[in-house]
Each structure stands twice: as C-alpha cells, then as structure tokens.
Design a protein around this ligand. Structure first.
Ligand code: AGP
Length: 628
C-alpha cells in the first residue's frame, strides 16, 4: 500500500513528483505529500484526501528545488489525517522521509526515542525513521563528516538494521540538496534513468512518463542518487553493478477516453483483452499441434498429484473457477486457499504438488508471503518429490511475484486503474482455462476432439463479450435505479458459477458499500434463507448444464420468500421465473463464467455510479495491498 516517488535532476521536482503520484494513486489515496530541498532548506507540503488537494496546495504554497520525495497514502498506522500524511520530518525539520510498508518494531523505537526527549507529531510507524536518521547524521557530522550524499547514505545504512518489517523508503536531507537516498526490503522500488534526472518509484507507471530505462532494486539494497549518477549497495554495504532494463510497452496509465470512470472503460476493454490472450495462447495450428501455447515448462506440470492455489479477493475467485477446471477437465485435485490464511496454517506437505500464486498486481503481501513460505518449507524437505513447483499468474510480470517464482503466466490485460478488478479477472480466468486445457492435453484426461471443441468455442469469446457488454450496459444502468435504497443483496450460483456469485457480491460491496453475500445456491436453505424478504434482492446465476435445474429451484425458494429475483441466465421459458433477466447466451457450461462475469461487473458499476460514489477509488481500499 502507499506509493512513493523521488526525483533528482535539473528540472523542478514538484511537478514530476505530482505526476508520479497521480500514477500511483491506485496504491492509496487518503492523503498525500511532497518534500523538496534546495540550498535554502527543506519544504514539506501535505494534504488530507485525494491528490487534487495536495496539487492545489503545492500550486499555492510552492515547493522549490530539483530534488524531492512524494507519497500517496493508504492508512495503516494512524487515521487518514494531514498530521499522519507523509513525508515525516525529524524535530529539526532537516530530514524528510516517505515510506511504503510497515515498521513492525515502531512501538519500541518510539518509546526509546521518547525517553530521549523526542516528541512525535503523528501516529505513524514511519515517523521513527527521520528521528533515527537525524541521530545518526548528528553523530556523523559531530565526528567530522561533511554534509554530503555519502554521509546521508552512511546514516541510512546505520539506521536500516534498527528497523524490522517491510519497507520501501526515500530520504532527503536539508544540508545536502544534491542527493537523496532510497532503500527497499520486501516492498517494491524501481529507479528510472531519465535525461539529466533520476526518478525512483514504487511502480512503473510513475516512471513511464519520464523514462523507459529502469533498474528494479533488489531486496535489502540501498541507493544514493545524485544529479549525475547513482551508487547501489547491497545489505552488506557492498557496491553493486547492474545494467538497467527497458520497460515494456503498456506500462502507463491511459486516460478514461469518453468513459465516465476507468472501471467502465476497463469493463469495455474485455473483448480486446480476450482477443489478445486467445490469439497468443490458443494459436490456430495443425491437428497434432499443442492446443495451448503457455510459457510453462512441461517439467513443472508432469506427474502432478495435487495443485494448491494461493490468492486474495477477486484473484481468489478466479482461482476457484480455475480449481473447478483443473479438477473437472484435467483431473488434478486442486485446493484454493486464502493466501492470508495459508501462511499460518498450511496443509501437510504432499509430494508432486504445484503451487500457483495468483495476483494481478504481483505485489499483494499476503500472496507473496504465502508463496515464499511454501517455497521455503518445501526446500527444507529432503525428499526431491517435495520440491517447490511454483507458478505465478499476474498482470505485472516485472512485479515482486515475477522475481519470486521461476515461471509466470502473464495475463497481459494492460494497466487496470479502477480499484475494482474487472479485465484482470477475465485475464486470470483465461490463464486458468489455458492451464487446465494444457494439463488435460498432457494427461489425456479428456479426448483431443473434446478439447478442440472447447478451444473453438473459446475463440468465439471476444465477439460474445462485445455483444453482451453492448446489450447489458444500458439494461444494468436502468436497473441500478431500483437499488437506490437497497441495503443487502444475496448472490447465488452453483458449480463453476458459484465463484461468479462470490465475485458479484464482492464487486457490489467494494464500490457501492451495499452489503452483499455470495452463496452456493444449494446452501441457502441451510441458514441464509432467513435473511430473505421483499427488501433483499437475489441475483441468481443460472446457466444450462449440470446444475441448471437445481439453481432454478433454489431461485424459486427465494421467490417464495418475496425476494426480487434478478437472473443471470439465458432467455427462455425456464428463466421466466426471474423478475428481471440479464440475458447471457447459452455456451458450454464450462465456459459460462467468462460471460456471466459481465452482468456482475456492469450491475455493481451502475449501482455505485448511480449513487454518485467514487467508483474508481472506493473508500478504505487500494489497488495493490502491500501490507499483511
Ligand atoms: C478486487 O476488485 C479487489 N480490489 C481485491 O479483492 C483484489 O482482488 C485483492 O486485493 C487481490 O489483489 P491482487 O490480485 O493484486 O493480488
């Protein structure tokens, strides 16, 4: 959570910092701040709320200097108030720090500093850092060290071992306007090489406007940045030499085009997302060519006894659809875990297990920590059958996930700005279809002609998605009016569409703040049915296949309790029981989640937009959840 930016060069730093922060606002947006330094000293400007507030304040008050740091916050320690906004300063206002992460031993450090007479102005964990740095700088200068970047670097290298936790941070020192220092430990940080300037940020979109030449910092590294060059050191203080790499094409935040919100634009981009992925991974080939082209080595998939998938939120819902496919198509027992639960209660080790981490951002701390733990406990096991077979599914191959796992499926959905995942969910689903069909092909669990049939149907997906979006957009907008006073909604689905009910409920909760729950339709009668009355609409996903009749019966049970029934189902006599129908064409049941997700996304979007809510940046959330 939180985004940091730092720049040093020959241009005014403040506009660059604000541009960078705008690209990182998806990481948190409850307050923001910048600090700049020049010969006259340090300027710090902060504001509660969205970045617009900070921008207005910087325009009014000014923030001079060619060297600066910036931060956009998602509150962990301390309420979203200006006094808790970064940068944080030492008592003498000489040292400014921005940080993304959590300093786990901050309480102890705070008590020690308070015992030495330091007064804290915020409730944050970060504020201990400028005070510690200030102590180190005072000790170094008292011992004769000059006010140089080298001294600032040494102070940071002496401070970091005192910090426990995960962080990416950037530091300015009023006495040395021609240097800044940065460090990372288990939180992302990249340096961009611009023309006559260096820019450092939590994520690539903040760099893409300045340069495409980047150097991701490795865990434990610190860097000293000056206008003319950088010095990189590892945690042991040894100088590192590494060549930068080039950013790939799409790492910048596009504009909304004519759409009211990024979320709506991203929903509309899904036919294109699907077309791109299918063209690349399901190429038309001869009858004996592999059906799926995936960048996954056969050795990773051979002889599998079990698959476990670790993910959070929407990514977990994609994993649940994936598990259904992996079991039903490829015949491999598959379990899906909340990444945040897995780490502290993993299942007993079994041999020949593939562990898949799914995270669109590639930065979700829970997922990364669970994967790292799994990798370690398998490495600790002597028997080679228990070795870690790790695979990542992500939209950000250059992320921390990309560095953690040896093999990755890139969903290539393009930058997703809306905090509510839409096109990345579709991309994750497609990755699972690819993986399951590939495994079914390798294991011979389904006939080749059956798999060919599925792939042929998949190729029709982009056109089906386009028709569905065009057809349902206005219908969902009209339906949204009915939800003006709704407080609870129940989503029902079964089989492969149960995760789509979960996803529909999550989408509604996170952007409209309406309480919603997803249930397997058959489970409703075991308790949740008590919630139903005329004030609680029920959205039911009923697609022809194994459980069609069952879901329709469950919907009838809800109707008998006066619930208003909204069907996500094909048109026809069977589905006339629904009060409102959001029609979805009939496809093979196994492929149906790729279509039923659309009404879920559009309905939640229009309900939230109709309520006048901030759809792209809902309260309390962030796009990338980098704290545990
Ligand atoms: C999705 O709409 C949510 N914002 C959230 O549940 C998200 O899916 C979750 O935080 C996991 O993110 P990840 O895919 O980047 O790991």
């Amino acid at each position: 959570m939180c985004g940091i930016v730092a720049v040093i060069g020959t241009r005014d730093a403040a506009p660059l910092l604000l541009d960078g922060l705008r690209q990182l606002e998806y990481r948190g947006y409850d307050s923001a701040g910048v600090a700049t330094v020049e010969a006259g000293g340090l300027t710090c400007v902060r504001a509660e709320g969205k970045l617009l507030n900070l921008t207005a304040r910087v325009e009014r008050e000014g923030a001079p200097g060619h060297c600066g740091i910036g931060h956009t916050r998602w509150a962990t320690h301390g309420k979203p108030e200006e006094r808790n906004a970064h940068p944080h300063l030492d008592a003498g206002r000489e040292v400014a720090v921005v940080q993304n992460g959590i300093i786990e031993n901050h309480r102890l450090l705070r008590e020690q500093l308070q015992a030495e007479g330091v007064q804290f102005l915020s409730d944050t964990d970060t504020e201990v850092i400028p005070h510690l740095l200030s102590k180190e700088l005072k000790a170094l200068t008292a011992a004769g060290a000059a006010a140089t970047g080298a001294t600032l670097l040494l102070a940071l290298q002496r401070t970091l071992p005192q910090l426990e936790g995960a962080y990416a941070l950037a530091v300015l020192w009023a006495q040395c306007p021609e240097a800044l220092v940065v460090a990372r430990k288990q939180a992302p940080l990249l340096i961009g090489f611009g023309e006559g300037e260096f820019i450092c940020a939590s994520d690539t979109p903040a760099l893409a406007g300045v340069t495409r030449t980047i150097l991701p910092l490795e865990d434990g590294e610190v860097a000293l940045l000056g206008p003319l060059g950088i010095e990189l050191y590892n945690a042991a203080g040894e100088r590192q030499q590494r060549l930068p790499t080039q950013l790939k094409g799409t790492d910048h935040v596009a504009d909304k085009r004519s759409f009211r919100h990024f979320m709506l634009k991203e929903i509309h981009e899904q036919p294109e997302t699907a077309a791109r992925w299918l063209a690349r991974h399901f190429p038309e080939g001869g009858p004996d060519d592999p059906l799926v082209a995936l960048p996954v080595e056969a050795a990773l998939l051979e002889g599998l006894q079990r698959i476990q998938v670790l993910a959070c939120g929407t990514s977990r819902h994609a994993a649940l659809v994936g598990a259904y496919l992996l079991e039903q198509l490829a015949g491999v027992p598959t379990s899906v875990y909340y990444a945040s639960e897995f780490r502290y209660g993993p299942p007993p080790l079994g041999p020949d297990t593939l562990t898949v981490g799914v995270t669109q951002s590639g930065e979700t701390a829970d997922t990364l920590a669970a994967l790292a733990m799994e990798q370690q406990r398998r490495a600790d096991h002597g028997d080679p059958a228990y070795r870690a077979r790790l695979l990542g599914i992500t939209n950000r191959p250059e992320s921390s996930l990309g560095r953690l796992v040896p093999q990755l499926i890139d969903i290539e959905a393009g930058v997703e700005v809306g905090v509510a995942a839409t096109k990345t969910f579709l991309g994750q689903l497609l990755a699972f279809y690819g993986l399951a069909i590939r495994l079914a092909e390798l294991r011979g669990s389904r006939s080749r002609s059956e798999l060919h049939g599925l792939v042929a149907q998949l190729r029709a997906l982009p056109a089906q998605l386009q028709t569905l979006i065009d057809r349902l957009d206005l219908r969902c907008a009209a339906l949204a009016h009915e939800f003006a006073d709704t407080q609870d909604v129940i989503y029902l689905g079964r089989g492969i569409n149960y995760p789509i009910a979960l996803e529909g409920a999550l989408k509604l909760k996170e952007i409209s703040y309406i309480h919603a729950e997803g249930y397997p339709a058959g489970e409703m009668k075991h308790g949740p049915i008590a919630l139903l009355d005329a004030r609680v609409p029920v959205v039911s996903v009923a697609m022809p296949g194994r459980v069609f009749d069952k879901v329709l019966s469950n919907a009838q049970e809800a109707k008998a309790r006066d619930a208003r029934l909204i069907g996500v189902a094909p048109e026809g006599p069977d589905t006339e029981i629904f009060d409102v129908l959001l029609p979805v064409p009939v496809v093979d049941e196994l492929l149906s989640p790729l279509l039923t997700l659309i009404p879920m996304q559009l309905l939640s979007y229009h309900i939230a937009a109709h309520r006048g809510l901030d759809v792209d940046q809902p309260r309390n959330l962030a796009k990338s959840v980098t704290v545990e």
